[in-house]
Design a protein around this ligand. Structure first.
Ligand code: CIR
Length: 392
């Protein structure tokens, strides 16, 4: 599942960059061309590509469902009731459903609607702020608002306000899009929690082993919760929680570590202190308790949990002190694996790409000048819905 970047990108301006969690503003027409090339690369290699906004519009086909969704979306956008709520609702309902979804993602400027009365807060505190509904410029990183694991999905309570509304679309897609509704998709964890979790931290390593980052975006409490739910109702019996630095450049586990084959991974060398990193292995214990073991040797942990004699950890930028952080910054560790040993990567990370090839990986490079400005790579830009069982 992908999202083609739209007008939300052009609703970002320098004053709100930081709050919108991006470092620059992509040039939209080229970002769209690059994104179309990414989608084509996936299709050419046997992947069915679904679009998030289209799935959302299909889910809202019924008027009652649409109304309920809109009330929640308006409330989460800061307009639970009142004149602005009413004007926004009328404006959004005047559009066809797809246009409404696209508009919500793009954001609604104040000058788009007429309101007779605005609140004191809007007049006195937010007078210069141009939006009634903020844009969602990170929507093209479909990896994060949700993650499919086994026969189910997590619908995520994301960390920052700038992204929290994205997963409301997911909730409606799973509940009401005919592709998913009543098909037994288990929701391992819904979005109504205080603790935080994001899909970029969620890595499915096999049909019973799940890795997750303890990161800027995913808290340890949320990991305990998801582990409890998986151990109770699924085939998963091992959760590997990996503690990574809590900063913007390495916001999710998949910005520094991804699985690319049964026994091969990319890893950003800066997260390993001589091969060591705080790692916790969680297993079901007695009476619904969870057993936790602390380890520091990532390679050994992976060999043990995946039952492999040897794991090949391929360093981003070949471990060079300048190339590695430069390529990691542009998502050189963020490979999207479409089959064991076959990945999609950004073309700009040529040192990492060459190294992957030397390790026997088939690499499909995609264009990346504009897309990379949002601070995410091919893995971040995609959310797998169905995985083939490749157990061997
Ligand atoms: N899985 C990922 O690492 N996604 C990238 C998200 C980038 C986005 N600008 C964010 O900060 O959330």
């Amino acid at each position: 599942m992908l999202h083609r970047p739209g007008h939300e990108i052009e609703n970002v301006y320098p004053d709100i960059l930081h709050r919108m969690l991006v470092d620059d503003i992509p040039y939209l027409p080229i970002a769209q061309e690059e994104h179309d090339f990414f989608a084509k690369t996936l299709r050419d290699n046997g992947v069915e590509v679904l679009y998030f906004a289209k799935l959302a519009a299909e889910a809202l086909a019924d008027d009652q469902v649409k109304n309920e969704f809109l009330e929640k979306m308006l409330a989460e956008s800061g307009h639970a009731a009142g004149a602005v709520h009413d004007a926004l609702k009328e404006y959004l309902l005047s559009m066809d459903t797809q246009a409404m979804v696209d508009k919500i993602i793009a954001g609604v400027r104040k000058d788009e609607i007429q309101t007779k009365f605005v609140s004191l807060a809007e007049m006195a505190e937010d007078a210069d702020y141009p939006f009634f509904m903020d844009p969602m410029p990170n929507a093209y990183f479909t990896r994060d608002p949700q993650a499919s694991i086994g026969e189910g999905i997590t619908i995520n309570h994301m960390t920052f306000k700038a992204r929290q509304r994205e997963s409301l679309f997911t909730e409606y897609i799973i509940k009401h899009n005919p592709r998913f509704a009543n098909k037994g998709v288990h929701v391992w964890r819904d979005r109504y929690h205080d603790t935080r979790i994001e899909g970029g931290d969620e890595l499915v390593l096999s049909d019973h082993v799940f890795a997750i980052g303890i990161s800027q975006r995913t808290s340890a409490d949320a990991i305990m919760d998801i582990a409890r739910n998986l151990f109770k109702d699924s085939n998963y019996d091992t959760v590997v929680a990996i503690h990574i630095p809590h900063n913007h450049a390495m916001m999710h586990l998949d910005t520094v570590f991804t699985m690319i084959n049964y026994d091969q991974f990319t890893v950003h060398p800066q997260i390993l202190d001589g091969g060591k990193i705080d790692t916790y292995i969680l297993h079901p214990g007695k009476d619904g308790e969870i057993e936790i073991q602390h380890r520091t040797d990532l390679q050994k942990v992976l060999e043990e949990v995946l039952d492999k004699p040897e794991i090949d950890l391929i360093p981003t930028g070949n471990g060079d002190p300048i190339v590695a952080p430069r390529e990691q910054w542009n998502d050189g560790s963020n490979t999207l694996t479409i089959a064991p040993g076959e990945v999609v990567t950004y073309d700009r990370n040529y040192v990492s790409n060459d190294l992957l090839r030397k390790h026997g990986i088939l690499v499909h490079e995609v264009r990346s000048s504009e897309l990379s400005r949002g601070r995410g790579g091919p893995r971040c830009m995609s959310c797998p819905i169905v995985r083939e069982d490749l157990t061997k």
